[in-house]
Design a protein around this ligand. Structure first.
Ligand code: GLN
Length: 390
């Protein structure tokens, strides 16, 4: 094997603390052992067929060159209509919307556009795995607050205590990955009270906004007129249209934050794949007849009924997102990373160990399953999980 550093170069990485993201680790392991992959969050069912037709249309209409740095105007216009129809909020398509190469990139760009070394950012754990690395790469410090068991709600007293003169931002996620918990209007009201006389900026990761179940409605930061003036709201077409591989998302923020955001975006990404932006705009002109939350709620319910026949436990049905948490303490005492590897290798089902979402790898013996799969995939996984005994 070739030596890893044959000429002795020293890249001096800005960020040395992380291994490979758990989503890559578990998806590779699923492939290696030919397991059913309920780990990384991506659908295995078909996307809206019109997307392909519109991609071809984009190419035959000559949409081959750079899109504007801020995003294709026709797409920003459709996004603004989409936000109005789903959240009854008006956003300015030119001054407030930026199309990005995925939500992960938008979150990084938002952090980079506001953070200075020494700043603090409040993060709720379990936290999506990119947040803390993003903060630390920017020389800032993550101040973590645990979500409250058993329903993973926010204890606002802890937030009050965590706010300091150095708090630059608070990042929230709703629907929440990995827990599936959702924020309620009262959460936003309390947050508004806490930040009212500060310069704290809110970053709200709402990539699963469409996937809220049990007749509840998504409540996001844009719907709070006061908070909205200090917030980045981040979304993902990958989740909206079940096309995670398209890697296109968007950021909505007031002009002062959008200007800062674009200063980074223009030198990081510059712009986003033009034909794909065209296709997304065309699809948004005629939304699909079946709302995604109906489809995904059926899948959640199917998965939960299958899980009921296994030794796994769950506290409550996921209220939103692609994910359901499940406990395995009736099956094994293994740490969750080892349990997830064991389950993949020995029982052919891959899941995500939830300690990956804690900086200190707190292990509650819980794993995360993605139920955004064909019914037949879920049923095969259910059959395999039925036989799980230590
Ligand atoms: N958001 C996806 C998940 O939580 C993963 C995205 C990624 O792999 N970067 O599973």
């Amino acid at each position: 094997m070739e030596k890893i550093n044959p000429v002795g170069i020293f890249p001096a990485p800005r960020y040395k603390d992380s291994g490979t993201t758990i989503f890559t680790v578990m998806s590779s392991m699923a492939q290696q052992y030919n397991a059913i992959n309920l780990s990384q969050g991506f659908p295995d069912f078909d996307a809206d067929g019109r997307l392909g037709e519109f991609l071809l249309e984009a190419c035959s209409h000559g949409f081959h060159q750079y899109a504007p740095m801020t995003g294709l105007p026709m797409l920003r216009n459709e996004v603004s209509e989409y936000i109005f129809s789903t959240q009854e909020v008006r956003v300015d398509e030119d001054a407030e919307i930026t199309i990005t190469p995925g939500a992960t990139s938008a979150i990084f760009t938002a952090f980079t556009s506001i953070l200075q070394p020494g700043d603090e950012v409040i993060v709720f754990e379990p936290a999506y795995d990119s947040y803390i690395p993003n903060i630390e790469i920017n020389g800032a410090r993550a101040v973590t607050i645990p979500l409250s068991a058993p329903d993973f709600s926010i204890d606002w007293n802890l937030v009050k205590d965590a706010i300091s003169a150095r708090t630059k931002a608070i990042i929230l996620t709703t629907p929440h990955n990995p827990t599936g918990a959702t924020l309620k209007p009262n959460d936003w009201n309390t947050l508004a009270e806490l930040v009212r006389n500060t310069s704290i900026i809110i970053i709200s990761d709402e990539v699963y906004e469409q996937l809220v179940y049990d007749n509840e409605k998504h409540t996001g930061v844009l719907q709070h007129p006061e908070l909205r003036r200090r917030a980045f709201a981040i979304y993902s077409f990958g989740k909206t249209f079940h096309i995670t591989g398209w890697k296109i998302g968007y950021c909505i923020a007031p002009p002062v934050l959008t200007n800062a955001f674009r200063k980074i975006h223009q030198f990081l990404s510059f712009s986003v794949n033009t034909p794909a932006q065209y296709a997304l705009a065309r699809v948004l002109q005629q939304p699909p007849s079946q709302p995604a939350n109906i489809l995904l709620q059926q899948k959640r319910d199917l998965f939960l009924s299958l899980l009921g026949d296994t030794p796994f436990t769950f506290h409550r049905p996921s209220a939103g997102s692609y994910f359901q948490l499940a406990g395995y303490s009736r099956i094994s005492n293994l740490p969750d990373y080892e349990f997830a590897a064991w389950l993949t290798k020995n029982h052919g089902v891959a899941a995500i160990p939830v300690s990956a979402f804690y900086r200190n790898r707190k292990d509650d013996k819980i794993i995360r399953f993605c139920f955004a799969k064909k019914d037949e995939t879920l049923k095969s996984a259910g059959e395999r999980l039925k036989n799980v005994v230590d």
